[in-house]
Design a protein around this ligand. Structure first.
Ligand code: SAM
Ligand code: SF4
Length: 442
């Protein structure tokens, strides 16, 4: 081959699954002669990996799409593709909304990208949004170009069968399927050999991982146990766990393996049983709190984070209060908090989106303020304790400070200049904000 390689710029919106998917896309297109670049202005091809989870996520992409249209006017040879959940959900109507887009590919169509690009050259446009019941990209070795050289995401399953009434994911990412065990182990082995120190196993609901290998059944606890014992030097995290499927077996595997981080993301969504039922979450607030009790019984130092939706259909002041009460009892160290956003095609789209915008905003603000307080209290309890920290790099604020994470997933900033990223250091916590711990190396 002669000359410069074609430059590919990928812009990623949304969840960790999308970050992992962009790395799959990068690998597929690298095999087709592309090279990843870090500036849209230098690209021959820009792919926008999109999120449909809430209306504002889609609006952000549409406004970015309009900026890219302007870029293409100045540089007509530029090719632009919209990939991921929005391509799936809006399909060819996106060609109307964003004129000048060359290509659309849904989350199960990434292996077809090289062909779609060639088709777009000939026919001006190309689209593939067919969902698969089997695709797991097990044979693709992702290009880990986003998360640095210390930590990596490893996708273990795709899709979702839960159909929470508010959620668009089962429609944009299709049915649940698990990636074969051997392919997961091979990817982790390769990461280990490249000196990665931490992996996060990813899926919309990792607890429903299921795979049979040589007559042996592997559920998520079995998979996690196998990975933890085969790679004792690696720190292991996972996301996300649906509370209804969190089993005692999983809690014991976490507790018994030193290298599985004592941290869990357990989205509650609401503290009201009536709302949880309407959301089709299949647990009550009491079931949820029992799972938290179980986690803390086996791992007293575990950190628990969550997702909360404010202002779901029919949510009353009492329902909202129940969420506030549950958040206090659960004592989360961190939470992602959202206003309910109606998504066309979901079961909740047929319900009355009857909480006025103003009330939704007030409830969200109350929830955010409470979590800020809980995070601060939670961090204050760490002052004086010593934590092992995996060093990730220099702090953004000062070259004289570095930062890393505890196994509880908390960021610790400490004075140091020349510690190699990937090193483990022990730090004693001396101070904190709601977001960060400050520490001293011991
Ligand atoms: N599969 C994960 C689970 O069940 O916990 C999370 C999937 S989703 C990408 C992340 C979060 O977005 C959900 O936990 C929920 O809090 C939020 N979410 C999903 N649909 C939403 C909607 N229609 N409006 C507001 N928030 C939503
Ligand atoms: Fe959406 Fe529920 Fe599936 Fe999570 S478990 S992706 S919230 S449908």
């Amino acid at each position: 081959m002669t000359g410069k390689k074609k430059q590919l710029y990928i812009e990623t919106y949304g969840c960790q699954m999308n970050v992992a998917d962009s790395e799959v896309v990068a690998s597929i297109l690298k095999s087709d002669g592309y090279e990843i670049c870090s500036e849209a202005a230098n690209a021959d091809l820009i792919l926008v990996n999109t999120c449909s989870i809430r209306d504002n996520a889609e609006r952000k992409v549409l406004s970015r799409g309009r900026e890219l249209q302007a870029l293409k006017k100045k540089k007509p040879e530029l090719r632009i593709g919209i990939i991921g959940c929005m391509a799936e959900r809006l399909s060819e109507t996106l060609f109307e909304k964003l004129k000048g887009i060359d290509l659309l590919a849904g989350p199960d169509s990434y292996k077809k990208l090289p062909d779609l690009l060639r088709q777009a050259e000939i026919e001006k446009k190309a689209a593939d949004v067919v969902l698969s019941t089997t695709e797991t990209y097990e044979d693709i070795d992702p290009e880990h170009y986003q998360t640095g050289s210390i930590t990596a995401f490893v996708s273990i399953m795709r899709g979702c069968n839960n159909f929470c009434s508010y959620c668009v994911v089962p429609y944009t990412r299709g049915r649940e399927r698990s990636r074969p065990l051997q392919s997961i182990l091979q990817e982790i082995e390769a990461l280990y050999e490249k000196n990665f120190h931490e992996i996060t196993l990813l899926g919309q609901n990792v607890n429903s991982y299921h795979f049979s290998d040589a007559g042996k059944e592997f559920d998520f606890p079995a998979l996690l146990d196998r990975i933890a014992s085969e790679f004792p030097q690696l720190r292991i995290r996972f996301a996300t766990s649906h509370p209804k499927d969190l089993s005692e077996a999983l809690v014991k595997v976490m507790a018994n393996n030193k290298n599985i981080c004592k941290s869990i993301h357990l989205p509650v969504q609401s503290g009201s049983d009536v709302v949880l039922k309407r959301m089709n979450r299949k647990y009550t607030s009491a079931d949820y709190l029992k799972k938290i009790e179980l986690l803390r019984k086996h791992m007293p130092d575990i950190s628990i984070s969550t997702d909360v939706i404010a202002g779901f259909c029919g949510e009353t002041d009492e329902d909202h209060q129940a969420t506030i009460d549950l958040m206090k009892k659960a004592d989360y160290y961190y939470a992602f908090m959202f206003k309910y956003s109606r998504r066309e095609g979901t079961a909740a789209a047929k319900m009355q989106d009857d909480v006025p915008e103003k009330i939704k905003s007030e409830r969200l603000t109350e929830i955010i303020n409470l979590q800020q307080e809980l995070s601060l209290q939670n961090n204050r309890r760490d002052i004086g304790k010593t934590f092992e920290v995996l060093v990730e790099g220099h702090s953004k604020r000062s070259k004289k400070q570095m930062f890393g994470r505890t196994e509880q997933n908390k960021v610790v900033v400490f004075d140091a200049e020349n510690i190699l990223p990937g090193t483990f250091v022990n730090t004693v916590i001396t101070d904190c904000t709601a977001a960060t711990l400050k520490g001293k190396i011991v």
